[in-house]
Design a protein around this ligand. Structure first.
Ligand code: ZN
Length: 376
């Protein structure tokens, strides 16, 4: 395996998300990069059908600006790829459309080191070079764009915590959020990685604990890549219940997430990593999902965070799993039900990765549709 090194856990790590083996490059066409570039954007406005939607959807021009230039697979057209389909399906009329602000330095410091934030600040001013080893290029304004992803997540969290457990189904009752541009699960406390600058998930976890006294939190990740930035930040934390189904790290970035990584010390057993072989599809996912659900049922989390990367669907240019969007619909439906059972309905969904625009549209809207549904 080229471009591998040993990380601090001694486990082989693949350092680049873009330098995948030739298997994926040769088999997939390049047209997914620019498939929607010529289409006119659709504005983030809607005539709402429901005034009492339980779902807040975070989409905005500011959020859409989180993406990298020059034909990068994580381009700025991803949010529109999702939103175009949201409107086509009429789901935009069944949610509350929301916008967040830009996260402050203090908020970012709940997870990230001051030194790292200084470095991103500097690279954002110059727009030169890479923030990590070569996957995540700097551009002018990248700090603000990344802080907007966190700002939306924190705004969503505030709404869910204010209203989610509210018995009265008033006009602002929002128990679930979905944020297509978010779930940046590779970012570490002191480093960017794999297109992820600030780890919005980590900042939400820290905020839940510091400000809302919510301790036992579930993080479920079905992105094709292992959520290493979340896993290694909380592998000693017995109250962070972690379930991650991903392509086996022997074949894919970041190279981690082996089945033997179940948490350390007091946290042993609170983490579940399920690597799947290249080519695995819905059948393998559904079998793995039962294990994830058993973990959640055992620990009964008070809050659910769901990273539903669309890069695990068949035809993603950076990976080799073969799911259909039925996997994402199933996971979202089951998590909605479990969140209703254990967590006062509180769940936040994040789009994560996904580089085939059609898959983004289908997988993320499948999740949104399940969040909108209120019956079991
Ligand atoms: Zn991914």
């Amino acid at each position: 395996m080229k471009n591998r090194s040993e990380n601090s856990t001694g486990r082989g790590q693949i350092l680049s998300i873009l330098q995948v083996n030739s298997y994926s490059i040769d088999q997939k066409s390049g047209e997914i990069w620019t498939g929607q570039a010529d289409l006119q954007p659709i504005s983030f406005k809607s005539d709402r059908l429901l005034d009492m939607s339980k779902v807040c959807l975070y989409v905005s021009d500011v959020l859409g600006a989180y993406g990298f230039p020059g034909g990068h697979p994580f381009g700025t057209d991803r949010q529109q790829a999702f939103w175009r389909e949201t409107v086509r399906q009429g789901l935009d009329r069944k949610v509350s459309l929301c916008e967040g602000g830009i996260a402050t330095r203090t908020e970012l410091e709940r997870f990230h080191t001051p030194r790292y934030l200084d470095r991103v600040r500097m690279l954002s001013d110059t727009g030169l070079g890479f923030i990590d080893g070569g996957d995540t290029p700097a551009f002018v304004g990248v700090y603000e764009a990344a802080a907007a992803v966190v700002g939306a997540a924190l705004a969503g969290l505030a709404r869910v915590m204010t209203n989610g457990a509210n018995e009265a189904n008033d006009a602002h009752d929002c128990a679930r959020t979905f944020q297509p541009i978010g779930g940046l699960h590779h970012a570490r406390r002191d480093a960017a990685a794999g297109f992820c600058v600030f780890n919005d998930i980590g900042i939400v976890i820290e905020t839940l604990r510091a400000q809302h006294r919510v301790k036992r939190i579930a993080y479920i990740d079905i992105d094709v890549h292992h959520g290493d930035g979340v896993f290694y930040s909380y592998q000693d934390d017995p109250d962070l219940i972690f379930a991650d189904i991903h392509e086996d790290g022997h074949y894919l970035y970041p190279g981690t997430g082996g089945a033997d990584e179940t948490g350390r010390g007091k946290a042993k057993g609170t983490k579940l990593n399920i690597p799947l072989r290249p080519g695995a599809g819905d059948k393998e996912f559904f079998a793995a999902w039962e294990k994830a659900e058993a973990l959640l049922t055992k620990y009964k989390p008070e809050f659910f965070l769901f990273q539903c990367g669309a890069d695990s669907l068949a035809g993603d240019p950076l990976a080799h799993l073969n799911y259909s969007e039925a996997t994402h619909a199933h996971a979202a439906r089951r998590l909605r039900i479990l969140a209703d059972r254990y967590a006062g309905g509180r769940i936040m969904g994040f789009g994560g990765g996904g580089y085939n625009r059609k898959n983004i549209a289908e997988a993320w809207n499948a999740v949104l549709a399940e969040f909108i549904t209120t019956s079991a």
